[in-house]
Design a protein around this ligand. Structure first.
Ligand SMILES: Cc1cc2nc3c(=O)[nH]c(=O)nc-3n(C[C@H](O)[C@H](O)[C@H](O)COP(=O)(O)OP(=O)(O)OC[C@H]3O[C@@H](n4cnc5c(N)ncnc54)[C@H](O)[C@@H]3O)c2cc1C
Length: 505
């Protein structure tokens, strides 16, 4: 029974996806299986991808990373959410914070109580009931503190880090755990003549790399999954028309904010990701509606500091591979598909694909029912992320450019239509099929983008308005007090995980 075990895994690509996969294999498979990563210095990784979501803490936990060391070595900062500017309408901003809003009461989610208050004239912002949102706006941060019944015990956070340093950090981690790194460009892929399974790779200097399981981490080109196996791609540009990004780092002129900022422009949006040594910026836009020159000029006019490099253009197609696992190839990272980075989901999708691969780890029989399950779950996850991203675009008053006018006319996926309708009718939000974004995230964006329900949960009316007000006000006061007990984000970093200064990029 045991001679069907995978003896050799070959990972092609040494970007974030390749090294995250290598790190997980090195840690979890130990010496049971040989792991070789092939990458070519002549083909640099994409080099963007610097904002994460809180689930990355699970990955760090599995690897048993020392978090302060990880933050220091990747010039990282902490992230409590994303601020969206000019999305709902011009000069409007809202936060999508991590963690929850308020506290559920009587078995009902907090926001229904807040909705009752709103229906009775209150103009309080839902963000006042989120510790992450309040702290982010004040520039404060702390890791969770173990105080019973305090929101300080439930802080959810993620990181902003330097993509190049992160890959290097994981490379050191992986090599220390036995992963073999091979420098070389894959020139030819050898398949079994009957089954089409991949048998080996030929590198540009003629070396041959054999394996049982091949992980395609070659980025958008999908060297194994697409160029070799012709798996096919589902294109989502009808819903997500942005297809180009211009990226440029710049100097920072103040303390790092503990949140990412996304600012909508006339044909897309701009990211701002604060690190310890610089700020990462990029303008994501639709080339149907804006030229690269114009997009670059908008980006350069909206930087906090001096550019540290030449602006770099990156082309992409929003969509997903028809199958993520085909024969003995599993696509992880950009080779499996891409949804624009508005909610910083790509690194998480790498992590969840790795987790799914481990849960359905194959034998050399490569049982089709396991592969089908893997593909079904990956598909669902990606579709739900897509819908959440589309929500940011379609729930808006903006119609001030051809891009936003196109969005106004656009048909949207049925799942998303139903989700919006249910919230509008009853204030209810359900998380389905283990989708990535929870009720808090949907609420933050539905409300932030200006959608208002006409009703709230009937059980709220079992309490008098005075009682609801007393409880809701109390939660607000506790959150405010808790935020005042937190140090500034800059102080927290200085105390725990200050990185060495770096030279000019
Ligand atoms: C504009 C933009 C912004 C983004 N922002 C975020 C963000 O904020 N948060 C987030 O989570 N994600 C973000 N992402 C996604 C994130 O960058 C990627 O998911 C992540 O970097 C993984 O990339 P990758 O490793 O799959 O591919 P790449 O980084 O492209 O790496 C590909 C690797 O394959 C190797 N390779 C290719 N061909 C060969 C060959 N023939 N032989 C040998 N080696 C080969 C290359 O050498 C390279 O090492 C962003 C993406 C884009 C496009």
């Amino acid at each position: 029974m045991t001679n069907n075990r995978i003896e050799k895994i070959v990972i092609v690509g040494g970007g974030t996806a390749g090294w995250m996969t290598a790190a997980a294999c090195g840690k979890l498979l130990k010496t049971s299986c040989e792991v070789e990563l092939v990458e070519s210095e002549a083909l640099p990784p994409i080099g963007v991808g610097e904002a994460t979501i809180p689930q990355i803490n699970l990955f760090n936990k599995v690897l048993q990373l020392d978090e302060d060391d990880f933050v220091r070595k990747t010039q990282a900062t902490f992230k409590l959410g994303i601020e969206f500017v000019n999305w709902t309408k011009l000069n409007h901003r809202y936060l999508h914070p991590f963690g929850s809003f308020g506290r559920d009461m009587e078995g009902v989610e907090f926001h229904h109580f807040w909705l009752k208050m709103c229906k009775n004239g209150s103009e309080k912002n839902i963000e006042d009931y989120s510790l992450a949102a309040v702290a982010a706006k004040k520039g404060r941060f702390t890791r969770p503190i173990n105080i019973p019944n305090s929101p300080l015990a439930e802080i959810h956070y993620a990181f902003h880090f330097d993509a190049g340093l992160y890959a290097k950090y994981l490379r050191d981690f992986s090599e220390a755990r036995g992963v073999i790194r091979t420098e070389g460009r894959v020139k030819q892929v050898i398949q079994h003549p009957d089954s089409g399974f991949i048998e080996s790779l030929t590198l540009d200097d003629g070396r041959c790399v054999k394996g049982d399981l091949f992980i395609d981490c070659t980025g958008f080109q999908g060297l194994l999954i697409e160029q070799t196996l012709k798996t096919g791609y589902v294109d989502w540009r009808e819903w997500l028309p942005c297809d180009t990004a211009i990226a440029v780092p710049c100097t920072s002129n103040g303390d790092p904010t503990p949140y990412t900022r996304s600012t909508a422009h006339t044909a897309g949006w701009q990211w701002r990701i604060p690190l310890q040594h610089r700020i990462g910026n990029g303008h994501v836009f639709s080339s149907r509606f804006m030229s690269s020159d114009e997009a670059t000029s908008i980006l350069l006019n909206n930087l906090d500091g001096e550019p540290l490099a030449e602006p770099r253009e990156i082309k992409f197609n929003g969509g997903k591979r028809k199958r993520y696992w085909n024969k003995n190839v599993v696509a992880i990272g950009l080779s499996s598909g891409f949804v624009e980075p508005l909610e910083s989901t790509a690194i998480h999708l790498i992590q969840s694909t790795i987790a799914r691969l481990f849960s359905l780890f194959p034998t050399r029989e490569f049982r089709q029912e396991e592969i089908d399950r893997f593909n079904r779950l990956s598909d669902l996850e990606m579709d739900r992320v897509r819908d959440f991203i589309i929500l940011h675009y379609i729930a808006t008053e903006r119609d001030d450019s051809p891009f936003w006018q196109y969005i106004q006319e656009m048909e949207i996926p049925e799942y998303l239509q139903n989700k919006i309708r249910m919230y509008q009718n009853s204030g209810r939000i359900y998380r389905e099929d283990e989708e990535l974004f929870n009720e808090t995230s949907w609420l933050a964006v539905l409300h932030g983008q200006g959608i208002r329900p006409t009703d709230y949960h009937p059980v709220v009316d079992t309490l008098s308005l005075e009682e609801v007000r007393r409880r809701v006000d109390n939660i607000e006061a506790v959150i405010k007090r808790s935020s005042e007990e937190m140090p500034s984000h800059a102080e927290f970093i200085a105390t725990h995980c200050k990185a060495q200064p770096m030279g000019k990029m």
